[in-house]
Design a protein. Structure first.
Lengths: 323, 317
């Protein structure tokens, strides 16, 4: 196992899949000559050439739209959206086309597209560049939504996503690119649509994903020193949603906290809590708690921004409240 | 074109006209649901353009797609079954009027969001360029689609990447009920291509021969040299869809275009210039009528999709 960054893990996944399959290509803003706004595709342009690493105009509708069209013919485009906030400009293509082309035409098309989008707050980019709208995409049947929290999962899941015949929205968190984790030297794949226990514990079930996994791990360490053992389940895929490990854990702990970076209203916490009540109502010993972003567009000011985002302390407090 | 091909095209245009008339009637009987956008008056566009394509050339269009589907070679039975939402329809009853397609016929749909299939067309052309084939993607859309951002994004990208796309604007002079003059900064749509340094021309869409010959002249240019925009001047006799109150057009205007009927013009041409007998053309009309009656019968006797197939085709795996 090697310790590598999330950025390296994602880069390796792309590189390996492009080496393996000539139908895989990358398109997006600044992915080529520049090397990617977050340097994920640095070196790709020189190695794979301009046909397979395609710089596009700043035009998200046609980036995702042309990728959809190419995918319908059997290519495997990886379309990069510089930030997930720009995905709103491509919303029609994602929602009305990627997600529907297959079923709406009676199974005639496959749309093996991967849309990589970078999201998340905490970098003082202001309200329009700091959103975590992952749940919006997970709302629509027809696409799959992946949001990894570790380099290991990022690499294994992105490789699976590229080989997947269905459209995948692959959401990366901008503040995780430098985070490190162990990744095997040999090739491996991680299954899409499978939640994972990232930390075992007996007292409380904590459900989270992406950046909030890291904060939750820190909270769990802190709580452990006080004798409270939190079991952390990382969703990894928001659609299809794998509830099995969540329900299994909850039936043991009888208490749950859900942590998400986006807004809580109609959010992931609401969905998970509702499903726990549906499938394990008799096991509930305390009201389920949700930790989420405060209901306001993120401010630029550093202190205000941090005030709005969920913090380790918020998670610690929520866990203590359900005990 | 030889006489046999001319006769086929005449048959095809009449078939489309009869299909649409029959669809209107089935819609009024409540057998076709949702929206229904008829191609009546625009038959020469689809027939002329598609008659000029090579088998490897892809065709993609908007939601006024029944005629284009027939021109691409779709069996009227399969079209009608889709309109009635049956399992035997081209999209297995999941798509309906606006979502006809058959990849075997290189017909890539039938798309219902105005302008949204232009990026899809750019992507298909990019895929053909990527694979180094000589296929062209023929992308048809209405005048209304040229005012949406997608049009700009897709035409620009096709020019930047020199993609083999023939952009075909079917200018029927109204985007729903709003005339081109009231919605577009320039009413001569072809001028918009100049903004992308893209060659373009306008053609009379009521004359199938003219549409065919222009397309035949232009397709090799697209195959060799990249995108081109054709503005085809046409007119729909019916409303935008079946629910259109048609308060926006004068009766005289509709009458003027009816006299310029694309099927009437072509029939006249075949009789006076190509040496056809009336009886031969009458025979084609009867043949079309018979095919449509068979199509209705087929569609009506076809099964609905089974309830247990509700989730079919949602995902591949």
């Amino acid at each position: 196992m090697a310790m590598i960054t999330m950025r390296e893990a994602i880069s390796q996944a792309l590189w390996e899949e492009m080496e393996k399959d000539p139908n895989v290509f990358i398109m997006g803003e600044e992915v080529g000559v520049w090397g990617g706004t977050y340097a994920v595709t640095r070196g790709f342009f020189d190695h794979f050439g301009p046909e397979r690493v395609r710089d596009t105009p700043i035009a998200e509708g046609v980036i995702v739209g042309a990728a959809n069209g190419a995918a319908m013919t059997g290519l495997r485009p990886v379309a990069e959206l510089m930030t997930i906030n720009f995905a709103f400009l491509a919303m029609d293509q994602i929602v009305n086309h990627s997600a529907k082309l297959r079923i709406m035409f009676g199974g005639q098309f496959k749309v093996p597209i991967v849309i990589r989008a970078v999201g998340g707050g905490g970098r003082q980019l202001g309200a329009t560049h700091s959103q975590t709208p992952d749940v919006v995409f997970a709302h629509f049947p027809g696409i799959k939504v992946i949001a990894p929290g570790t380099p290991y999962d990022a690499k294994g899941l992105l490789k699976s996503a590229i080989r997947e015949d269905d459209p995948v929205m692959f959401i990366e968190h901008a503040t995780l690119y430098q985070s490190r984790g162990e990744v095997p030297e040999e090739e491996y794949l991680e299954p899409i649509g499978v939640s994972k226990v990232q930390r075992p514990g007996r007292d409380v079930t904590l459900i989270t994903y992406s950046k909030m996994l890291q904060l939750s791990m820190q909270a769990a360490e802190q709580l452990s020193s006080e004798g409270i053992e939190v079991e952390i389940i990382d969703l990894r895929t928001l659609r299809p949603l794998d509830m099995e490990p969540v329900i299994k854990s909850f039936k043991r702990t009888n208490r749950a906290v859900i942590v998400e970076e986006g807004w809580g209203t109609f959010g992931i916490g609401s969905e998970i809590a509702s499903r726990i009540y549906e499938h394990a109502f008799d096991y509930v010993d305390a009201p389920i708690k949700r930790v989420a972003q405060k209901e306001v567009p993120l401010p630029y000011n550093r202190e205000l921004e941090q005030l709005a985002l969920p913090q380790v302390e918020d998670i610690v407090n929520a866990v203590k409240e359900v005990l | 074109m030889d006489k046999e091909r001319l006769q086929e095209i005449y048959h095809e245009m009449v078939l489309v006209r009869r299909l649409e008339e029959e669809s209107a009637s089935l819609y009024q009987q409540g057998k076709i649901g949702g929206f229904l956008h008829l191609y009546i008056g625009q038959e020469a566009v689809g027939s002329g353009i598609i008659a000029a394509r090579q088998p490897q050339d892809r065709v993609i269009t908007a939601y006024r797609d029944h005629g284009v589907a027939i021109s691409c070679g779709m069996d009227p039975k399969v079209v009608m079954a889709e309109l009635l939402g049956k399992e035997t329809g081209c999209s297995k009853g999941r798509g309906g009027s606006m979502h006809l397609a058959d990849t075997e016929l290189n017909f890539w749909g039938g798309h219902a969001i105005v302008g949204a299939h232009l990026p899809l067309a750019a992507g298909m052309a990019m895929a053909d360029q990527y694979r180094d084939t000589d296929a062209v993607t023929i992308c048809m859309f209405g005048d209304g689609a040229t005012n949406i951002g997608y049009f700009h994004e897709a035409l620009n990208l096709s020019a930047v990447w020199n993609l083999p796309v023939l952009w075909v604007c079917e200018n029927n002079q109204y985007g729903m009920g709003t005339s081109v003059e009231r919605a577009s900064a320039v009413s001569e749509i072809r001028q918009k291509a100049n903004g992308y340094g893209m060659p373009n021309e306008r053609v009379d869409g009521m004359n199938v021969i003219e549409v065919y010959e222009t397309t035949q002249k232009v397709l090799p240019k697209v195959r060799e040299g990249g995108p081109y925009l054709l503005e085809v001047m046409t007119y729909r006799y019916r409303g935008h869809s079946m629910g259109d109150p048609e308060r926006y057009r004068e009766t005289d205007e509709v009458e003027k275009w009816r006299k310029d009927d694309p099927i009437g013009i072509f029939r006249e041409h075949l009789l006076s210039k190509e040496g056809f007998e009336e009886t031969v053309l009458d025979e084609e009309e009867l043949r079309a009528e018979k095919l449509i009656q068979e199509a209705v019968q087929f569609a009506e006797s076809s099964p609905d999709p089974a309830p247990e197939t509700l989730f079919d085709y949602l995902y591949v795996d």
